[in-house]
Design a protein around this ligand. Structure first.
Ligand SMILES: NC(=O)c1ccc[n+]([C@@H]2O[C@H](COP(=O)([O-])OP(=O)(O)OC[C@H]3O[C@@H](n4cnc5c(N)ncnc54)[C@H](OP(=O)(O)O)[C@@H]3O)[C@@H](O)[C@H]2O)c1
Length: 304
């Protein structure tokens, strides 16, 4: 064997050893993280009792409200949506759990005044603190009016505006208005790490964008991701601590995904109950070091 070949072979072995060490380290880190997550899920799931679910009229938002009420007999949910009186699902939750545990409040993400009014009303009439805020609302298509763009040639100003209002501008104001209530929770009970959870979508990841298309939806979810990260940086410098994360639900069987399910393997479409249960496991496990991260429904981190 020539010296050059020996050096190359030696480098190959060294590279393999290094790779082995790295994989070992990654597996170890994942295992430690999993343990930490389990430890937290025991505590945070129990202490995060007063939640606000923004976008709770139907779909994943209604399911979040339902699951949060089901799992703790003393939990309270503030459920916001555009038209609370019209939501049969919310009426059912009030019937089952009682009006003292389910408060419906009007909030339209395209109307900044309604966001400020909702925050005033929540503070005045229902609760001075929140342990959890989940921004769930989303829009991808409106029958007869709006479909995600398959080409740049189809991009429309109004569709971009509505997407950014619903996924970025509105949620940013919701976070702004309710942040003091999350801080109040941390002040009242130091066992609680209040969480601000923005329901995003994997397609909002810029580095994960392989397929293109869906300009308005993708870019407005990317804006939500940037807002989440920016809030997290601010939260990391302030006390009391609040954690902000973005969360991808996977593909769930809701009105939003209905027109696109045809091209998707059936076994990969979750029932809402499953998707929400998995997301709540991720939320329960949120610890200080998770502030500013983007997670999928199964706890895997997604690159921004
Ligand atoms: N389903 C999936 O497969 C999937 C995948 C990835 C990400 N996501 C994300 O998950 C979240 C929930 O989606 P979903 O599947 O539950 O959708 P959905 O069933 O279509 O429900 C959408 C919700 O958003 C509300 N909403 C829309 N515009 C609003 C506005 N201007 N102000 C306040 N509320 C508004 C709707 O309220 P109304 O009843 O008043 O219309 C409804 O409660 C969204 O952020 C979506 O982008 C879903």
């Amino acid at each position: 064997m020539t010296t050059g070949a020996r050096v190359a072979r030696g480098m190959g072995v060294r590279a393999l050893r290094e790779l082995g060490r790295r994989v070992g380290r990654q597996v170890k880190c994942a295992a430690v993280r999993q343990q930490t997550r389990s430890a937290h899920s025991a505590s945070q799931g129990d202490v995060r009792k007063i939640a606000l679910v923004q976008g709770a009229s139907r779909g994943l938002g209604l399911e979040f409200a339902s699951a949060l009420l089901e799992r703790q007999s003393d939990s309270v949910v503030v459920a916001t949506c555009r038209n609370p009186e019209a939501s049969e699902g919310l009426a059912r939750l009030r019937e089952v759990h009682g009006p003292s545990r389910v408060h419906s409040v009007r909030l339209d993400l395209t109307d900044p005044g309604s966001i400020a009014e909702a925050a005033e009303r929540v503070k005045r009439d229902f609760t001075p603190r929140l342990d959890l805020l989940i921004n769930v609302s989303g829009v991808l298509h409106i029958p007869g009016k709006m479909m995600p763009e398959t080409s740049l040639a189809r991009v429309e100003y109004d569709q971009m505006l509505l997407s950014f209002q619903t996924h970025a501008m509105g949620p940013a104001l919701v976070c702004k208005e309710f942040w003091p209530l999350l801080q109040a929770s941390a002040r009242a009970d130091e066992a609680v790490l209040p969480a601000m959870v923005n329901i995003s979508a994997r397609v909002g990841s810029i580095s994960d964008n392989q397929l293109g298309g869906w300009y308005a939806y993708r870019s407005s979810k990317a804006a939500l991701n940037q807002l989440t990260k920016t809030m997290a940086v601010e939260f990391s410098r302030k006390k009391p601590k609040v954690a902000a994360i973005a969360l991808h639900p996977g593909t769930n069987d809701t009105d939003l995904s209905k027109p696109f399910q045809r091209n998707y393997p059936k076994e990969k479409i979750f029932a809402k109950e499953f998707g929400v249960r998995k997301m709540l496991e991720v939320i329960d496990a949120v610890a200080e070091e998770d502030n500013g991260k983007f997670f999928a429904w199964d706890g895997q981190e997604i690159p921004w």
